[in-house]
Design a protein around this ligand. Structure first.
Ligand code: SAH
Length: 395
């Protein structure tokens, strides 16, 4: 089908933006259906781009290619595949076998993610468009990456439609058979990942570099890891010679996973000898209700606090509230590490909200660092930029 766009959207697509919103479509040659490819022509009737058409979605077209006309076929996808893999070739040493191989739109693969956990790969799709291509994608993955296992994950919003349209389901094995959890290594630390039923693809691979930074800063510090999930930051802190680590999470499953991850690494005496505490609580309440506790380092990595644009302001207030209470129990010479994965809160807003809250506390501090995306999680357009993290060192 042929599509024409309103001028601003035409400019955006020309500039490389991978999404066309429904209100940016000026005309369609016919009623499009899910799975159609939409060819976008510019105001001079020249080919501009081609993308996945999604009739029900506010993101009406997800661009697959712009520039000169091309055939979107298996050979095209194989080339794209190689490009994504090659991009990661030299990023990690042999002690890291958990990382992202394809990061959606930012790698030219709209609504598709591929993560590696050692010899298990997890393909996560966010659009039913990919369902009919799964056999081809599996074959390409086997050919190029030779995994023992390939798991299919689907975002919640497409699961019902996928069940109607196909016999595919979330957590299904596409190649081999594996049960949760699988084990993998991140910078020499062994972790479990719940690839078939866990959040995302089973683990938060995007915080690897921040965890390393925490390891460098943790020596001699008592550490509180808020929103700890499977204890990623805590393990790095323990290996970095933290005096103690406390995991705080609302979920018992998360805390149990953290304990298993510590057990997996007990050969490392720095990990096995580090005193641990687990706190099952709502972080907002616990931080407020325990003003007499003290920690030399507090890590804050909450889940997304703004699922919609309209929740942006509330999310910023929540980050500020967490920062205020954390500073209240941060010891002198203490470090606050505060991360945000809310895409609707921009990095500049976050990087201004946290220091201004710190300033209002009246305590002197200096900023150590600001970080953005991990190298295997490139973000090629503003909406893809979700992760930011700031490090503040208080007197
Ligand atoms: N820091 C983690 C990822 C955090 S994911 C890592 O490095 O892997 C978010 C975690 O926050 C989940 O484990 C979830 O159970 C927990 N969570 C969500 N709301 C919470 C709350 N109000 N208080 C404490 N934990 C919460």
């Amino acid at each position: 089908m042929k599509i024409r766009l309103k001028p601003a959207a035409e400019r955006a697509v020309r500039g490389g933006h991978p999404w066309v919103f429904s209100d940016s479509v000026k005309s369609e040659s016919r009623q499009g259906q899910l799975g159609d490819l939409a060819t976008i022509y510019d105001r001079n009737d020249k080919f501009l781009a081609i993308g996945i058409y999604e009739p029900e979605s506010p993101i009406r077209i997800r661009i697959l290619h712009k520039g000169k006309p091309v055939q979107i076929d298996a050979a095209f996808r194989r080339q794209r595949f190689l490009k994504s893999i090659n991009r990661r070739n030299h990023l990690f040493g042999s002690d890291t076998n958990g990382y992202r191989l394809i990061n959606g739109e930012s790698d030219g693969w709209p609504a598709l993610v591929l993560d590696r956990y050692d010899d298990t790969l997890v393909l996560k799709i966010y659009s039913t468009y990919w369902l009919t291509l799964l056999d081809e994608l599996s074959a390409t993955i086997v050919d190029l990456l030779k995994p023992d296992h390939l798991v299919l994950r689907m975002s919640r919003n497409i699961q019902a439609l996928a069940a109607e349209q196909s016999n595919h389901s979330d957590g299904q094995m596409l190649i081999g058979d594996v049960s949760d959890p699988v084990l993998f290594s991140e910078n020499g630390i062994c972790f479990e990942s719940h690839v078939r039923a866990g959040q995302k693809t089973g683990f938060f691979l995007d915080q690897r570099e921040n965890r390393q930074r925490v390891e460098q800063l943790a020596e001699g510090r008592t550490v509180l890891n808020c929103f700890s999930f499977s204890g990623g930051f805590s393990l790095y802190a323990a290996r970095g010679d933290a005096t103690s680590v406390a995991d705080l999470d609302i979920s018992q499953h998360a805390l149990e996973s953290a304990s298993r991850n510590f057990s997996l690494n007990e050969d490392d005496t720095r990990v096995s000898s580090c005193p641990r505490e687990q706190i099952k609580a709502n972080a907002f309440d616990w931080l407020k209700d325990n003003p007499d506790r003290r920690f030399d380092m507090i890590i804050m990595d909450p889940p997304s606090l703004a699922k919609k644009k309209s929740e942006r302001k509330g999310a910023i207030c929540a980050y500020q509230q967490l920062t205020r209470v954390a500073i209240g129990i941060l010891a002198s010479d203490g470090i606050l590490v505060s991360a945000s994965c809310s895409a609707h809160v921009r990095a500049d807003e976050f990087f201004s909200a946290i220091p201004s809250t710190a300033q209002a506390s009246g305590r002197a501090f200096k900023e150590l660092d600001r970080t953005l995306h991990a190298p295997d999680h490139p973000a090629s357009f503003p909406e893809a930029e979700y992760l930011k993290c700031i490090y503040l060192h208080f007197d």
